[in-house]
Write a protein that binds this ligand. Structure first.
Ligand code: SAH
Ligand code: SF4
Ligand code: F3S
Length: 467
């Protein structure tokens, strides 16, 4: 597998641009302020942490106020139409700010503008956007930004390629105890509804030694939850002599107190080896996010998912048998082109059979350039809306009781911050990746503690520390 790795020389060149931007912003009468926002998935959040890292090295501080910003950067998502509409709305709203402050730099990057027709539309509709760049040139952000400061011209950079891996970029982490670590980029699955393979390029895995070194360093510097990221972590390492369970086993051997979680796991590549690895581990989260998308085999086939409901259910059974306290969550799409009410009911039945702890449910959104966009889609939005609400009700009922089994049990909880149910409480995460709130002092932050569960809510647990 040939992976296009950004060379040290190329990264050194970017370091020079970092210094040059610093020299430009140094003569401002104040320290330049950046407002950055990431839409979409954890992968995008992780990219934004790198963009923020580069901005920090270029001399920027960060602000939550658009009015005060010298630079606004939106990292966009293309997965559904409403995600895109939100970005168009928010970029449109910057017009008056740019009029008030013509020196403000406005940049839009990420999955949405990796689509050429959207980038063109963005460029035409919003002449005040200075910089538009795609997902494959993140590491060249300093060079592009310097180009704008130096030449004062708009820049649009959206190379159409299979994608790169850039190691060693600076990172400004948004959480204190939780760190995201991408283990792979891109996707080769081409689910017919999904735009991700088009905007993120081909699947490429980072080398295991790079990942292990990064995770070790994070644990040593106080991070306690490591979230491994990939569109389909189960195909990590394909074409090499390693795979995802092997990577997990290596990470599980590291010294220290920590939890390793991961997303997303595609059912077609989810192996018994993975489940056995989780079951036998010290540190791996007992949470499996396993997007099923549909319970109808006919629709799964049209979606190009490469599994059927029987395979999915047998995987779930195996996971529940080997890891009895596993938390199972999923993604579901309602109203895929050609889906009938009977197909939809099969999804409901599967949902009842599995009893997911929670489910992320979406109404199908047509994405230009995908196979499903060419399929007949006769069901009205109104009808799909009805099915969607029916599904929410079913999951709502299941979710209501999902956590009741924990009442009376003692869970080991990583304490992360102030309470989500009550500011006076602390909040943390159990090994099953469930939110647990409990009373305690700030000295517990970043530490693991035993909590006896006294109450179950649909989305969290409440408990008391065991002394
Ligand atoms: N790589 C992950 C999913 C990434 S996208 C996986 O394969 O599981 C996250 C979720 O968005 C998907 O699981 C799917 O449920 C939903 N999604 C993706 N494209 C969509 C579309 N066109 N319309 C509606 N939902 C979509
Ligand atoms: Fe999209 Fe499918 Fe790839 Fe997930 S696995 S990112 S749903 S194409
Ligand atoms: Fe993620 Fe959205 Fe891109 S879900 S990979 S940010 S299209």
């Amino acid at each position: 597998m040939a992976t296009d790795i950004v060379t040290k020389e190329e990264l050194n060149e970017q370091n020079l641009f970092i210094q040059r931007v610093r020299a430009v912003t140094h003569v401002f009468d104040h320290k330049p302020l950046a407002y950055t926002h990431s839409y979409g998935c954890q992968q995008n959040v992780s990219d934004s942490e790198k963009l923020d890292g580069m901005l920090a090295e270029m001399g920027f501080d960060f602000t939550d106020s658009l009015e005060n910003a010298d630079l606004v950067l939106y990292n966009t998502c293309a997965v559904r139409e409403n995600a895109e509409n939100r970005v168009f709305g928010n970029v449109g709203a910057l017009k008056h700010l740019k009029e008030k402050n013509p020196d403000m730099i406005i940049a839009v990057c990420g999955c949405m503008v990796q689509q050429e027709h959207i980038a063109e539309r963005m460029k035409q509709r919003f002449p005040y956007v200075d910089l538009i760049f795609g997902t494959h040139v993140l590491h060249k952000f300093p060079e592009m930004l310097y180009g704008i400061y130096e030449k004062g011209k708009r820049i649009m950079c959206i190379p159409d390629c299979d994608g790169v891996v850039a190691e060693g970029l600076p990172v400004r982490r948004s959480d204190k105890y939780k760190a995201s670590v991408p283990i792979m980029y891109g996707c080769n699955n081409f689910c017919t509804f999904c735009i991700v393979p088009k905007v993120r390029g081909r699947e490429r895995s980072r080398r295991p030694e790079e990942i292990i070194a990064e995770v070790r360093e994070l644990i040593n510097s106080g991070f306690r939850e490591i979230l491994l990221l990939g569109q389909n972590v189960n195909s990590y390492g394909k074409g090499t002599d390693t795979d995802f369970p092997a990577l997990l086993r290596e990470l599980d051997k590291l010294e220290g107190e920590f939890i390793i979680s991961f997303m997303t796991s595609h059912p077609k590549d989810c192996s018994h080896d993975l489940i056995d690895t989780i079951a036998g581990s010290h540190h791996i989260s007992h949470h499996l996010h396993l997007p099923v998308q549909s319970g109808s085999d006919r629709i799964l086939k049209l979606m190009n998912r490469h599994y059927d409901s029987a395979k999915y259910l047998s995987l779930v059974d195996y996971a529940k048998e080997k890891i009895p306290d596993i938390q199972l969550t999923t993604d579901i799409i309602v109203g895929f082109p050609g889906e009938t009410y009977e197909d939809f009911r099969m999804t409901v039945e599967l949902m009842k059979q599995v009893k997911f702890d929670s489910a992320f449910t979406f109404i199908y959104s047509r994405r230009e350039g995908t196979k499903a966009a060419e399929m007949e889609d006769p069901v009205s939005d109104e009808e799909k809306g009805k099915w969607f609400r029916e599904l929410l009700d079913v999951q709502g009922e299941l979710g209501e009781r999902a956590y009741e089994k924990y009442v009376g049990q003692t869970l080991r909880v990583l304490c992360e911050g102030r309470g989500r149910t009550d500011e006076k409480l602390l909040t943390g995460k159990s090994r099953q990746n469930i939110i647990v709130d409990f009373a305690g002092g700030d000295e517990l932050l970043g530490r693991f503690t035993e909590v006896k569960i006294t109450k179950a809510l649909p989305w969290a647990l409440v408990g008391e520390i065991i002394r």
